[in-house]
Design a binder for this molecule. Structure first.
Ligand code: UDP
Ligand code: MG
Length: 353
């Protein structure tokens, strides 16, 4: 049985190395040995108010990782929980290979994952939810694919829980916008549950944007990717943190960070409306001059004003969404702030104590 390891301090080094030209990372960073039994696997677990499950989950995860033929570390990123989750995570840690990183407040899952990716030092990194929805049994499958030479293995929901119509519509609309640009392929059913090779993590860490939609960034990266099906388990306890509002916000971030289509739509709408307006004006002039008809119609006028008023407001709103995004990026605030990092301790047995 392999033991977990204390984290080597290679994170800084690899971050620095990632500043080099991208082509450098095309070559294997280390010989294929890096994916052998000496490889270090980091598991990142973003946690927000998961007191009901975090202890059990970490227990199960450590036991499972112990049965795999590689070294491992766990990076728990506590995203500003208010229910004592980080203390419970520490209590469930059996070795210093488990680190609990506390962010200074709730920054959201995207930021928590980003923190984890910057802290993890593994040759491969897996991101997993704390609520048992991502089955541990998928890990060996991911690792096998990685050893075959794939740089990114993403989990694809096998039979997703029946989604509400709203969620489905949102997903569809989102793919319409985002899938179109930059020749990005956003694999359907793929989420944040995935394994990334070190070079992919280094590449990802070079993306400076503050407002993140990780799924989109993953797709943007390239490298050798492959999907693996997994069955989404029902949440072990507690409730999903992603209500309609958060989902809409995430979708909006995704659209504005990966697509300028909303702006273009108003460009096209403007062109079509203008053509129509000119035609209409021409027709009115013709009618008045040659047919001698009086043009009446307060209703036409009112309808016209309302249509254009509405279109204008929408287009200003679309512009505003991009400008506020630019504003947030320009401010350059850090994505997350770390309060403290604790190492899990080997628990003394009753006899030792
Ligand atoms: N999470 C987080 N920060 C947040 C919201 C959620 O770190 O602001 C974590 C949460 O603890 C869980 C994972 O992200 O480990 C997925 O969250 P959840 O299960 O609520 O989402 P769903 O599975 O419904 O997409
Ligand atoms: Mg969940």
């Amino acid at each position: 049985m392999k033991q977990g390891v204390t984290h080597p301090t290679t994170a800084g080094a690899s971050l620095a190395a990632s500043g080099r030209d991208l082509t450098v990372s095309d070559a294997p960073r280390l010989p294929i040995l890096a994916r052998g039994p000496d490889a270090l696997l980091s598991v990142i677990v973003p946690v927000y108010n998961e007191a009901q499950v975090i202890g059990d989950f970490l227990g199960a995860l450590q036991q499972f990782l112990g049965s795999l033929d590689l070294r491992w570390e766990i990076v728990v990123v506590d995203d500003g929980s208010s229910d004592g989750s980080p203390a419970l995570a520490l209590a469930a840690s059996r070795s210093p290979a488990v680190r609990v990183v506390r962010l200074s407040r709730n920054f959201g899952k995207e930021a928590a994952m980003t923190a984890g990716l910057q802290i993890a030092s593994g040759d491969a990194v897996v991101i997993m939810d704390a609520d048992f929805q991502h089955p541990l049994e998928t890990l060996p499958v991911f690792i096998a694919r990685w050893r075959e030479g794939y740089d990114m293995v993403y989990g694809v929901r096998h039979d997703p829980e029946p989604e509400t119509l709203g969620k489905r519509l949102l997903r569809w609309a989102f793919h319409q916008f985002v899938g179109r640009e930059d020749r990005i392929v956003l694999p359907r059913g793929a989420g944040d549950f995935r394994l990334l090779d070190r070079k992919v993590v280094d590449a990802l860490n070079r993306f400076p944007e503050r407002e993140r939609m990780m799924k989109g960034l993953f797709a943007l990266l390239g490298f050798r990717q492959i999907g693996e099906f997994f069955k989404v388990a029902p949440r072990a306890a507690g409730t999903s943190q992603f209500g309609a509002r958060k989902l809409v916000k995430l979708a909006a971030t995704g659209v504005t960070s990966f697509s300028a289509l909303p702006l273009q739509i108003f460009g096209w709408a403007g062109i079509i409306v203008s053509i129509f307006a000119f035609g209409f004006a021409g027709w009115i002039i013709f009618e008045t001059l040659f047919l001698g008809q009086k043009i009446g119609g307060f209703a036409t006028l009112a309808a016209g004003i309302m249509i254009f008023g509405g279109l204008q407001m929408l287009s200003v709103a679309a512009l505003g969404a991009y400008i506020s995004r630019i504003y947030r990026e320009v401010k350059g605030r850090p994505l997350y702030l770390i309060d403290r990092i604790d190492e899990g301790l080997a628990q003394p047995t009753r006899d030792e104590a």
